[in-house]
Design a binder for this molecule. Structure first.
Ligand SMILES: *[C@@H]1O[C@H](CO)[C@@H](O)[C@H](O)[C@H]1NC(C)=O
Ligand SMILES: *[C@@H]1O[C@H](CO)[C@@H](O)[C@H](O)[C@H]1NC(C)=O
Length: 360
């Protein structure tokens, strides 16, 4: 799960490829204030849930109309990364995209009320809660600008000259301690498992290692991903407190149309996609540019099946939102059809997390 340059044993590692399980840990809250005497609906007074929800939040549609509450922040928020602040970046539909709200077919998804949230998670068991606020806080696995390192030994004799080592059974140090001290963990993963432009199968492959030794024969990324997930699940489950809540966030979809990110792909739509358009862009049969989100989810759902993890399924609701990326206002050489405008779609992910916290 931790990664470093393959075969770089005799010199300091050149490259740190983060394990592709990303943690959204935006804030740990420590409260010393006395517990509120108001017990919000659906919760016992220790903050545990009383109601079980059977709503499938991933099945629904986007409805345009006024929100019942004002936005929780605006473009003046200093925490917003410049390239994702679509209002100050001048994206034409940056305000319009906030008018859409997700309506699950079988229930409602109320907007997260920050005050209510803080009340609920004040004085939880050890006074900490972890939640994400935006998609800004990924610990993304990447190559840190380094070059792939030379490969030695068995791998070299198999024709591999260089690559990136991924230890499937070693947690990346950025999150290895997290299960010990968090009551609520939200984990997600990146697009990097399906990124031949980054991890060229010949020139810069992902090379999987287990117990410090290369896995022979070398695994294709999707198999290595499945094995890594299995290790991650058991690592986190064993260390998380019995009443800790663990979520895995499903894949955030990209919306490159007319080519991938490095081949002129764009996302200039000003309204959410229709259901047919979603299938056109994402169905496994069509195997289009952005298909990796559903492919990764297949592996995720398989690895998490029967585990203590709850799935925060943001994928389908987000697949509609081709209008909600920074696009040409992302400040990059290519269009940004991967990250999301803030405020924007990811605020609905927070609503979803809150709904799940009430029901797990
Ligand atoms: C999907 O498309 C990619 C290239 O775009 C190709 O390499 C891959 O083999 C295709 N997969 C299937 C299952 O058709
Ligand atoms: C989860 O496991 C159960 C039984 O072990 C199986 O019936 C079900 O199809 C699995 N679901 C997925 C998504 O793999």
């Amino acid at each position: 799960m931790a990664a470093r340059d393959a075969g770089g044993r005799m010199r300091p590692p050149l490259i740190f490829l983060f394990f592709s399980i990303l943690l959204f840990i935006v804030a740990s809250f420590f409260f010393s204030a006395p517990r509120s005497t108001v017990v919000p609906e659906g919760f016992s007074d220790d903050g545990r849930t009383l109601v079980a929800s059977s709503c499938d939040y991933s099945d629904g549609s986007w409805i345009r109309g006024p929100r019942s509450v004002a936005p929780r922040y605006d473009s003046s928020c200093k925490e917003i990364y410049k390239g994702w602040n679509c209002i100050s970046g001048g994206k034409a539909n940056a305000r319009a995209l906030l008018q859409w709200r997700w309506k699950p077919s079988g229930c409602d998804l109320p907007p997260l009320d920050p005050v209510h949230f803080f009340r609920l998670f004040r004085n939880t068991n050890i006074g900490k809660a972890v939640v994400w606020l935006s998609d800004k806080d990924h610990f993304t696995p990447h190559k840190n600008g380094g070059q792939p390192a030379q490969v030695g030994g068995k791998l070299e004799s198999l024709g591999y000259k260089q690559g990136y080592q991924v230890d499937v059974d070693v947690p990346e140090q950025t999150w290895a301690e997290a299960p010990f001290f968090h009551d609520i963990l939200v984990i997600n993963t990146g697009h990097w498992w399906w990124a031949p432009s980054k991890f060229d199968p010949l020139r810069s492959p992902l090379l999987f290692f287990e117990k410090g030794m290369p896995v022979i024969p070398p695994l294709p990324p999707h198999i290595g991903f499945g094995i890594t997930l299995k290790h991650m699940v058991s690592y986190v489950e064993k260390r998380m407190k019995p009443d800790g809540k663990i979520f895995f966030c499903s894949q955030s979809p990209r919306h490159f149309e007319g080519g991938d990110w490095n081949h002129g792909g764009s996302c200039r739509r000003v309204q959410p996609l229709l259901q047919e358009q979603v299938e056109d862009l994402f169905s496994l049969e069509k195997n289009g540019t952005n298909v990796e989100a559903r492919l990764i989810n297949q592996h995720l759902f398989k690895a998490l099946n029967g585990s203590r993890f709850h799935i925060l399924d943001i994928t389908h609701m987000s697949e509609f939102r081709a209008d909600a990326h920074p696009s040409t206002t992302g400040g990059k050489k290519h269009e940004d059809c991967m990250h999301w405008c803030l405020p924007g779609l990811t605020d609905s992910w927070n609503d979803l997390l809150m709904a799940h916290l009430k029901s797990v």
